[in-house]
Design a protein around this ligand. Structure first.
Ligand code: MG
Length: 390
C-alpha cells in the first residue's frame, strides 16, 4: 500500500532569531517525511533538537532509513479508517525508529496519508484513544503569549490594545537569571488582569540552590518551566517539597518513562507536551491522557520554527481536546513571512486565538516556498528499498 517514501530536510531561514537561556535559533531545521500511497500522499514533520532529545537532522534521516516502510505497511490494516488508525496506534514506532522526532515525522506522515486516503480529518484519529468525554471540544482555542528573552516584558505588554490585553489567558515569559526572573514576573503581573496566568520558562538554567532561594519571590506564578538541568529528579522533588513551587517539565519529559519518574519523585505539577519531542500526534495525546490520570497538568507546546505538519497536527490537538492548561501556537507567520503551507499559518493576535483546520488529514499542504528550502535526502520505493541522495 505504501508506494514511496521521501525524506526531506527543510532548512528555512527565519526573519528574526529566537533566543532562550541557552540557545539562539536562526533557521528552521525539520525532517519532512512524505509517504505516497496509491493516489494520495501524507506529510509528517519532526523537529530534531540536540538540546531536547539529543537528535540531529542528519541523524533523524538515518534513523528513519533504518526502518523498512514495507514492513510498516504490512502491519497496517488498510480495509477501513478505524482499522488503519487502530493498527498505527499499535505500532511501536518509538521502538522501530530511533529518536522521538524521527518517530514523530513517520507517525504524522502515516496518519496524514491514512486520513487523506479515507477523506477524514486528523481529529478523527483521536477516537482510537477513547478520551474521557470532559476532554472533548471542537472549536477555536486561546493561545499563550510567549515573551522571548530578548524582549522587554513591559514594552511587549504596553504595546497591546486594551482588548488584546483583556483577552490574554496566559503569558509565558522566557527568563535567564533568578533576579531577572522576579523582575520580569512582576512587570507582567503589574500589567495583566488578575485572572491571566503567568509562567516562567528557565530552560534548565538555574541551580537547585538558586531555585530554592528565588521560589519565595515568585508569588502567584502559574508554574516555572524546567527550572533545573533536565531530569534532576531528586533535586526537583526536593525543590517542590521545600517550596511548594509549581514546576512544569519540558526538556525533562519526552515520554511515559519520564512522566513516571516525575510522578514518583514528586518532581512536577505540570508537563509541557510537544509533538516532536514526544514521538508524534498519538504519542503526545497518549502522554497527556496519562498525565491527566496522574493529576499532572499539561501545556500543549510547540518547538520553535515548526514548518507545517507539526504545527498543524498540534493545532488539531489544541482545538479537538479541552485537556490543556494552556496552548502555544508558535510564530510561523512572523518567522516565515512567505507562507510555508496552504492554508497559511494564522493566529488571531487581537484575541490570542487559533481556529481549527479543516481536513482531510492535517489540512495543510507544503507551498513552493517550503519545497524550495527542502532537500530530498533519501527515497524508498516499494520493492526497491532505500536510496540515499548525495
Ligand atoms: Mg520550555
Amino acid at each position: 500500500m505504501i508506494r514511496r517514501v521521501r525524506l526531506h530536510t527543510a532548512v528555512v531561514p527565519m526573519a528574526a532569531a529566537f533566543d532562550h537561556a541557552t540557545r539562539s535559533r536562526r533557521s528552521a531545521a525539520s525532517l519532512l517525511v512524505e509517504i505516497e500511497l496509491a493516489g494520495t500522499r501524507g506529510w509528517g514533520e519532526g523537529a530534531p533538537r540536540d538540546y531536547v532529545t539529543g537528535e540531529t537532522l542528519d541523524g533523524a534521516v538515518r534513523a528513519v532509513q533504518a526502518c523498512d516502510p514495507g514492513e510498516l505497511a504490512e502491519r497496517i490494516e488498510w480495509r477501513d479508517f478505524e482499522s488503519a488508525v487502530a493498527s498505527i496506534a499499535q505500532l511501536p514506532l518509538t521502538g522501530l525508529v530511533d529518536g522521538s522526532s524521527a518517530a514523530a515525522a513517520v507517525e504524522i506522515a502515516l496518519l496524514d496519508a491514512v486520513c487523506r486516503h479515507f477523506a477524514r480529518p486528523l481529529a478523527d484519529v483521536l477516537r482510537v484513544l477513547a478520551p474521557p468525554a470532559r476532554s472533548r471540544r471542537d472549536g477555536p482555542t486561546s493561545v499563550s503569549l510567549v515573551i522571548h528573552l530578548s524582549r522587554d516584558v513591559a514594552t511587549v505588554l504596553d504595546a497591546l490594545t486594551p482588548r488584546a490585553l483583556a483577552a490574554l489567558r496566559h503569558v509565558k515569559i522566557k527568563v535567564a537569571d533568578p533576579a531577572g526572573a522576579v523582575d520580569r514576573l512582576t512587570a507582567a503581573q503589574d500589567r495583566l488582569p488578575a485572572d491571566t496566568r503567568v509562567s516562567l520558562d528557565v530552560n534548565g538554567a538555574w541551580t537547585a540552590e538558586e531555585a530554592e532561594k528565588v521560589a519565595g519571590e515568585l508569588d502567584g506564578v502559574g508554574w516555572v518551566e524546567e527550572p533545573l538541568p533536565p531530569r534532576s529528579w531528586p533535586e526537583l522533588g526536593r525543590l517542590r517539597r521545600a517550596t511548594g513551587l509549581p514546576v512544569m517539565l519540558d526538556e525533562s519529559c519526552t515520554g511515559p518513562a519520564d512522566l513516571h519518574a516525575a510522578a514518583t519523585s514528586g518532581a512536577a505539577s505540570h508537563i509541557n507536551v510537544r509533538l516532536s519531542k514526544c514521538g508524534g500526534f498519538l504519542a503526545a495525546a497518549r502522554l497527556a491522557l496519562r498525565a491527566d490520570e496522574l493529576g499532572v497538568g499539561c501545556q500543549l507546546g510547540v518547538h520553535v520554527a515548526e514548518v507545517g505538519p507539526l504545527w498543524a497536527a498540534g493545532r488539531t490537538l489544541a482545538t479537538a481536546w479541552d485537556l490543556w492548561q494552556t496552548v502555544e501556537a508558535g510564530r510561523a507567520d512572523e518567522w516565515f513571512p512567505v507562507p510555508l503551507t496552504t492554508p497559511a499559518f494564522t493566529v488571531d493576535r487581537s484575541l490570542h486565538r487559533v481556529e481549527p483546520l479543516t481536513g482531510p488529514g492535517t489540512g495543510i499542504e507544503p507551498t513552493e516556498e517550503l519545497l524550495r528550502h527542502t532537500r530530498c535526502a533519501a527515497t524508498w520505493e516499494s520493492g526497491g528499498g532505500w536510496r540515499r541522495n548525495t
